[in-house]
Design a protein around this ligand. Sequence first.
Ligand code: 5GP
Length: 199
Amino acid sequence: MQNRLKPAKIYVISGPSGSGKTTLIKRLAKSRAIRKTITKITTVTTRLPRRGEHKGRDYFFVSEEEFSRRKNKGYFAEWQEVFGNYYGTPKKDLIKELKSGHDVLLCIDVKGALAIRKVFPKETVLIFIAAPDEETLKNRLHQRSTEHKHSLRRRLRVAKQEMAYRKKYDYCVVNHKVALAAKELKKIIEGERRKDEKT
Ligand code: 5GP
């Protein structure tokens, strides 16, 4: 991890289910330069782990009681209910990284993203990941064997609502091909860093 003299940034990535944001972030992390200079904050959720997900890497999985206990203690920088589950960003982890001068990456929903910008207006860079079109979004969601039919319909409906938020974001990356979208994302981060160098 590199200590940087410039104030640290919070790169917040949002996008509907099926936009491919998780795959994109994994691809981005393959870049050594990115991996070494940006810390991904692991968030907390009450949803059950999907196959292949690991505690502490993908999420911290907790019960509703535990989530509620933490929420009441002010543990979260922001929290939201998404698809009937609760998700929250641990404040302590975020602040610890920022204070150390490390840029951080957050992959959270649109309302959470705007809440983070409210709390950290200078540090936050909002990046929206969009699927090329509705058909692609539908196909990607169908390919996910993890989703039940009713949950799939709900994710599609919410995806459309989330798309309306893209105008509030600083950048929008259309994810046609993951390799190209990852390059674009990397360029955005490099551009933001250059901006910092100039100030
Ligand atoms: P999934 O269940 O598919 O992993 O995530 C559902 C949604 O919750 C995604 O949009 C994801 O980015 C979002 N999410 C994950 N962690 C957080 C968080 O800590 N806060 C908020 N507001 N959203 C989150």
